[in-house]
Structures are given as structure tokens and as C-alpha cells.
Ligand binder design. Structure first.
Ligand code: PLP
Ligand code: CA
Length: 308
């Protein structure tokens, strides 16, 4: 069925729908904030859901913050949320590795948040930060490869997140570890970009993951939305009843796909990646798994619905 414009609902219909919900899970960037700027109205709506007695969760594919850092950011912007209610892919990766009783070292192409979350479940990490081997010439890169410079023993996983220090030597090391079929490849998320105000294009973690996947022919195990692992963690660990939960997101292919495959109600906001034209295209192409239950220009359009 076609996505319904939220603003076409009557006051009673909106009220009835909101009162049917026990929990609201929201994406962060593109829904609640853009970079470091809160989207006006977002705090009123999320805090409003909480005041109405619903449990709320912030679920981001961003791997650059630990859950604690995420909750500090959201609290600083005015969201009434705790660390338990903030979930990022650095923590999801740690929880996954813990769940498979992972005991080896992880080669981490990502930032310190991934390192810290992995360390907190007892996993030794190597590789975070700029690679010491600075390649300036092709022959140096070939040398690095043939000498396996800096390749350590005991690495059982390559974890790829968002890494400002991504480089050819890191790619070489990741691929060398992954030549061992026992070494697993984990991606925190596969977003190809993330929204920024203005016209600057911000490539996402998916671009780094693609480099490793193409070079090795490996298919990564993805932690973030819309992966089954994220669904499992958020629904079961947080004890949500999907039928009484709503996922709010700005991307059909991550957030809405996540909510739909979890059997949640879904609300697309148009303040981030997916615009109305893209939504219509998904609808025309009959991509039902990507279609939200409702869509609305901004989460701010729900402010009035919090009052009754
Ligand atoms: N990855 C990175 C590195 C980001 O900075 C962001 C947003 O800021 C995202 C992913 C997307 O996050 P979200 O799932 O909250 O939209
Ligand atoms: Ca988003």
C-alpha cells in the first residue's frame, strides 16, 4: 500500500495511532539533528513521546561515537535520553563479537569509538589511527605487501567503520588478514553517504567497506540498520513489541527497511537523505520493503500531536 502523508490524517486518526504505540525508535542524523545542529522541534517531539509514557530509543548507524558519547551529544542537544536509550554501531559491533564469544584480535579500520567499545568487552584492537607506514610511491606499497609489514598474528576479525585515516596500507593489511578464511569481515554500517547541511558531499562508511569487499570478494557481516543483527538487538534486548513500535528515519534503504523487516510501523521524514522524488521512485518500482507507513516533511510537524 502507498505511504500515507502524515499531514493528511485527521487529528483523531493521529491521536489514535500515537496512542497505539508503546515505543518509538528514531534514527539520529537527518531526523533529530544534522551534524551538530538540532532539527527544530525534534526535542519537543521525542521528549513528548516520553512524557506520553512511551519508551524511546535513538538508533544511529554512525560508528564514530560510543553509546556514552551518543547519549552525551543527545542530552546536550536537549533530548531527554539516557545511555541505555542511545545505540550506535560501535556498540552493536562489540555486542555482536561478544555474542559469538570472539577471543582473537580485531584489526580495526575505524575510529577510537569502535576501539573503546570493543575494548570494553575485552577485545584487543590493532590498527586505529593513522597507519605508521606512509606510502608515497607505488614501489613502497608493493614492498609493504611483500614484506607483510606490520602484519600481526592472531587477528580473527577485520572491522570496518568510518575512518578518517583510511589509507592504502590499511586496505592492504585488511586484505592480508582476510586472506585467512577464518578471519571474519564486519562492517559497522554500509551508508554510502550521510547528510550535511549545504552542498558538501560526505562519503560514508559504505565506501570504505566496498573497497575491502571488492578487493577480497568477501561479503561483510553488517551491524547497522537494516541488518537482522540490529533488529535482534534492538527488539529483543530492549524488549520491544514491534506491532506497538514505530521507527522514524530519513532513509528508506536503512531506517525504513529496518522498521519494515522488524514489523514495526514506519515514518519517513524528508529532512535527510531520502526526498519525495526518491520515495515516489521506490513506490513506482514497487519496492514495498522500502516504503514507510507514513511520511512527513519534518519531525517538527508532530509537535502539535504531543499535546493532547
Ligand atoms: N556514519 C557517519 C560517520 C556519520 O557521521 C553519520 C551521521 O552523522 C552516519 C553514519 C549516519 O547516522 P544516522 O544513522 O544517525 O543517520
Ligand atoms: Ca539518518
Amino acid at each position: 500500500t502507498s505511504p500515507i502523508p502524515w499531514l493528511s490524517l485527521s487529528k483523531e486518526e493521529k491521536k489514535k495511532f500515537i496512542s497505539s504505540l508503546d515505543s518509538v525508535v528514531s534514527d539520529c542524523d537527518g531526523v533529530l539533528w544534522l551534524g551538530s545542529k538540532v532539527i527544530p522541534g525534534a526535542t519537543e517531539v521525542m521528549n513528548g513521546f516520553k512524557t506520553l509514557g512511551k519508551s524511546i530509543f535513538l538508533l544511529t548507524n554512525n560508528s564514530t561515537k560510543s553509546n556514552e558519547e551518543l547519549s552525551r551529544k543527545s542530552a546536550g542537544l536537549g533530548f531527554n535520553t539516557t545511555e541505555d536509550e542511545s545505540i550506535g554501531t560501535a556498540r552493536l559491533t562489540a555486542l555482536y563479537l561478544k555474542s559469538i564469544d570472539f577471543k582473537k584480535k580485531a584489526y580495526v579500520i575505524a575510529g577510537v569509538a569502535v576501539e573503546n567499545e570493543l575494548k570494553s568487552v575485552g577485545i584487543e584492537c590493532i590498527g586505529v589511527g593513522p597507519d605508521v607506514f606512509q606510502v608515497r610511491q607505488h614501489c613502497e606499497a608493493i614492498e609493504l605487501m611483500s614484506q607483510q609489514n606490520g602484519i600481526e598474528e592472531g587477528v580473527g576479525a577485520v572491522v570496518v567503520g568510518y575512518d578518517l585515516h583510511f589509507s592504502y596500507p590499511k586496505l592492504q593489511k585488511a586484505c592480508t588478514y582476510l586472506a585467512d578464511p577464518e578471519c571474519i569481515l564486519i562492517a559497522t554500517n554500509t551508508d554510502e553517504r550521510f547528510p550535511l547541511p549545504g552542498r558538501v558531499f560526505a562519503p560514508g562508511c559504505g565506501a570504505f567497506v566496498a573497497a575491502v569487499a571488492v578487493a577480497t570478494g568477501r561479503k561483510p557481516l553488517v551491524m547497522g540498520k537494516p541488518s537482522p543483527f540490529a533488529i535482534d538487538l534492538v527488539l529483543r534486548a530492549k524488549g520491544l513489541n514491534p506491532e506497538k513500535s514505530m521507527m522514524i528515519g530519513d532513509r528508506c534503504d536503512t531506517d525504513i527497511a529496518f522498521g519494515n523487516s522488524a514489523n514495526m510501523k514506519t515514518l519517513l521524514v524528508l529532512t535527510g537523505v531520502t526526498d519525495l522524488e526518491m520515495l515516489k521512485r521506490f513506490e513506482n518500482d514497487n519496492k514495498t520493503d522500502l516504503l514507510p507507513t507514513y511520511y512527513v516533511p519534518s519531525i517538527a510537524d508532530l509537535v502539535d500531536d504531543m499535546n493532547e
